[in-house]
Design a protein around this ligand. Structure first.
Ligand SMILES: *Cc1c(COP(=O)(O)O)cnc(C)c1O
Length: 369
């Protein structure tokens, strides 16, 4: 994604963008698509919607991104694409992953839903693969309500994805109105201090079908099918274009907030995630590792401090015993499973003010577990 301009194709959600890239690559029934464990359900949902099978590669030890060695092991003659996720905005080990992919001539698609401006060896993420996809829902670096986009790096693929998009429908009027209302309410009420009550309210309303949730129920296949045929709603697209013009502002804000966290959090209950050489990271959220994640989250909730728990399982937000629904084999990705027990993350978005940052830092430095 260009820093000031936007030259991508928009879709109803990030996952619809991924679905379109996969379709553009003629991937479907009988094919395998590789993705990392420690991801969100949107990714396997899009793979399954094409008729293909998701195959999970573990993350490297002490990292949040794909292990190139495990990737090499999991590739088979049925593998048709590799989705590489830059989790929290931290670039994956592209040199190693590209070497493995090239050896087998398998295209790479980058999952940039957490990232817009990070670089790996001075090259912007999203420019390594045949294409990349982005998401703009609540909790992502740039929030535009529900929406997603793709950037395509290969001309022939662009034409195919664009043609697919042109045949898609716009969400119904009723749905668009609901999306506008939802965005307005979010803009009015969200701030880190209200994270927990808003989260609870959102889940309640989602259960009642009153809002567009982040996740479709995996059981209801019909619902999934219809959403994969949708463009982004006009209003959300309008919000997106306005926000992308202010993208550098977001980047600077994220840098400022995350360097405060990095410099000032020196608590014994959490440790910082180490970034490898050769990357500049613009965080979507700032990750921390905790030995007692559940206790920490409980305390954060009672103190009204925004600390998120994602991802809770290798395929968030499925429960451990539900991950099989999207083809995840229990214990097949031990690093991802271990990370789920430790990882928490802090907000860096535009609504986070210095006073919020200070409150979060004091909470972490003072909390006793
Ligand atoms: C949010 C997210 C997506 C896609 O989200 P949509 O809800 O489809 O816009 C994909 N991958 C990751 C890692 C995400 O966090």
């Amino acid at each position: 994604m260009g820093k000031e301009s936007f030259n991508g194709l928009t879709f109803f959600r990030g996952r619809v963008g991924l679905f379109s890239i996969l379709k553009g690559l003629s991937i479907g029934i009988g094919d395998d698509v590789i993705t990392q464990a420690f991801t969100c359900i949107a990714v396997p949902e899009a793979i399954i919607a094409t008729g293909a099978n998701p195959i999970y590669v573990d993350i490297s030890e002490n990292s949040v991104t794909m292990d190139a060695n495990d990737l090499a092991i999991k590739i088979t003659p049925r593998t048709r694409a590799i989705i590489v996720q830059h989790t929290f905005g931290i670039p994956a080990d592209m040199d190693y992953i590209i070497a493995v992919a090239n050896k087998h001539s398998i295209p790479i698609i980058e999952d940039c839903c957490h990232v817009s401006y990070s670089t790996y060896k001075d090259k912007e993420v999203g420019s390594f693969g045949v294409g990349s996809f982005y998401s703009y829902e609540w909790g992502k670096p740039i929030v535009a309500g529900i929406g997603g986009s793709v950037k395509i790096n290969a001309n022939d693929l662009y034409a195919k994805v664009e043609a697919l998009r042109n045949r898609m429908a716009t969400p119904t009027k009723k749905r668009q109105i609901r999306l506008i209302a939802q965005y307005m309410i979010y803009s009015l009420i969200y701030r880190p201090l209200l994270y927990w009550p808003i989260k609870d309210l959102f889940h309640k309303m989602d259960d009642l079908g009153l809002v567009e949730g982040n996740f479709n129920q995996i059981e209801s296949n019909e619902e999934i099918g219809s959403d994969f045929n949708l463009k982004m709603a006009r209003f959300n697209e309008w919000i997106l274009l306005r926000k992308i013009r202010r993208g550098t502002q977001f980047m600077e804000h994220s840098r400022r907030v995350s360097s405060e966290y990095k410099d000032k959090i020196n608590s014994s209950v959490v440790s910082h995630h180490k970034i490898k050489e050769g990357m500049t990271v613009v965080y979507a959220r700032y990750p921390l590792l905790s030995k007692n994640k559940h206790e920490l989250l409980k305390k954060a909730r009672t103190s009204n401090v925004e600390i998120a728990d994602w991802y809770k399982t290798p395929i968030h937000p499925l429960k451990e015993n539900e991950c099989g629904l999207v083809n995840y084999i229990p214990h097949s990705c031990p690093n991802a499973e271990a990370l789920c027990e430790q990882i928490v993350s802090l907000p860096v978005g535009e609504r986070v003010r210095l006073s919020d940052v200070n409150r979060i830092i004091s909470f972490l430095n003072e909390v006793q577990i």
